[in-house]
Write a protein that binds this ligand. Structure first.
Ligand code: 6MZ
Length: 366
């Protein structure tokens, strides 16, 4: 088994991470304690939910609703964004696409736009690492590809992480609400928004509801990733999603028969979240996971975390798990994460920089 240490020091790319699913437990507990003291929630009940390890998909979505109660105010959104990116950078993730669902809360004057501005404030407030989130030619771009991966520097070079944002449409939303999110994404392109994600409880909502907004987003040049085949018996939806030709899909656990053939011939890259899939009982164990089938057929794919907080994992841990479960060595792991450069949603300039970063470290990791 590849040691976790090695998986920690190799540079990595994270393409499927939900902001509110990636909050530190310690932060959630701190926020819950404050709301408990104010009498808004029952802290003891919430504490046991947050600290639980295994949870079904249903329990998982209940937990998201609880997390949203704790985190949905501007200052907290800023704080969790900062912490999540710092955590990713600390494990040598060099490029992350962070996705989040813009939220409204009239009581506290929150609009989808002000929610996203709070996210951007979080990115701006990070000073422990260099954060590159503004696309080139739009102002703040730092063209340097200097990067400190713990395994390759003497610790004097500052770490740098590229961050791009995806706005999520929640499957509970209406067509109009989905359209509002797409419109916001278009307006925030200069601030690093590169695409749209469709996520949320997979047993809720109809594909037809989101299609007009997703079509519009695609026409306007936003990249699209869809949670697809996360639950069984969704043949028609899966087929329609694949026909839509999104730039990537997430999970793909229950894509079978003709849809599987369609997926493979389409070469649509798949974001794989091992721990999330096991914890939510999509597969009895990794031995049954579709990773190995996609990997053997050289289908484009990338390992991701989904929700580091909710599933108590890290991207390094996901690589270590894959190494031990599927027998991949250092070279294969390095190539797997490097291959994701080809399907990040950032512009070509970022892709060139990422190739340079990986090329500069090849000798350390192969
Ligand atoms: C589907 C998921 C998810 O957007 O509030 N989300 N949607 N499947 C999953 N796999 C278990 N994990 C997270 O982050 C939390 C939201 O992301 C989506 C859900 O809509 C959840 O409420 P944000 O930052």
């Amino acid at each position: 088994m590849e040691s976790l240490d090695w998986c920690l020091i190799q540079p990595k790319i994270e393409l499927h991470a939900h902001l509110n699913g990636s909050v530190r437990d310690s932060t959630l507990l701190e926020l819950a304690r404050v709301l408990g003291e104010k009498g808004v929630i029952d802290f003891t009940a919430v504490e046991s939910v947050i600290s639980k390890d295994d949870r079904s998909l249903v329990e998982c979505f209940r937990l998201f609703d609880l997390i949203h109660v704790l985190t949905t105010d501007h200052a907290t959104v800023t704080r969790i964004t900062k912490e999540v990116i710092e955590d990713f950078a600390s494990e040598n993730i060099v490029y992350v696409e962070l996705r989040t669902t813009p939220k409204k809360n009239a009581v506290i004057g929150m609009t989808k736009r002000s929610y996203m501005e709070a996210v951007i404030s979080g990115l701006k407030s990070i000073d422990s690492v260099d954060v590159d989130f503004i696309p080139s030619g739009k102002g703040r771009q730092n063209s340097s590809t200097a990067l400190a991966c713990d395994g390759m520097s003497n610790g004097t070079v500052r770490k740098k992480i590229y961050v791009r944002l995806l706005l999520s449409i929640d499957r509970r939303e209406t067509t109009a609400a989905a359209m509002e999110t797409v419109q916001l994404a278009l307006e925030m392109r200069d601030l690093g928004v590169v695409g749209i994600d469709l996520s949320g409880n997979p047993v809720i909502g109809e594909w037809a509801t989101f299609l007009p907004a997703l079509k519009f987003a695609k026409e306007q040049g936003l990249a699209i990733t869809l949670h697809c085949g996360e639950v069984p018996d969704r043949k028609e939806e899966i087929s329609a999603m694949l026909d839509f030709l999104p730039q990537r899909i997430g999970h793909a656990c229950f894509i079978k028969d003709e849809e599987r053939i369609k997926l493979k011939s389409s070469k649509i890259p798949v974001e794989i979240c091992l721990t999330s899939n096991i914890r939510t009982e999509r597969f009895p164990s990794l031995e049954y996971h579709h990773f190995i089938d996609l990997y053997k057929s050289k289908h484009p794919m990338v390992l991701c975390t989904d929700d580091t907080g909710v599933f108590s994992t890290t991207l390094s841990r996901e690589y270590s798990l894959a190494a031990s479960a599927f027998g991949l060595g250092r070279k294969e792991m390095f190539e797997l994460t490097r291959s994701a450069i080809e399907f990040v949603f950032a512009d070509d300039g970022v892709k060139i920089s990422l190739r340079e970063i990986f090329d500069a470290t090849t000798k350390n990791f192969m």
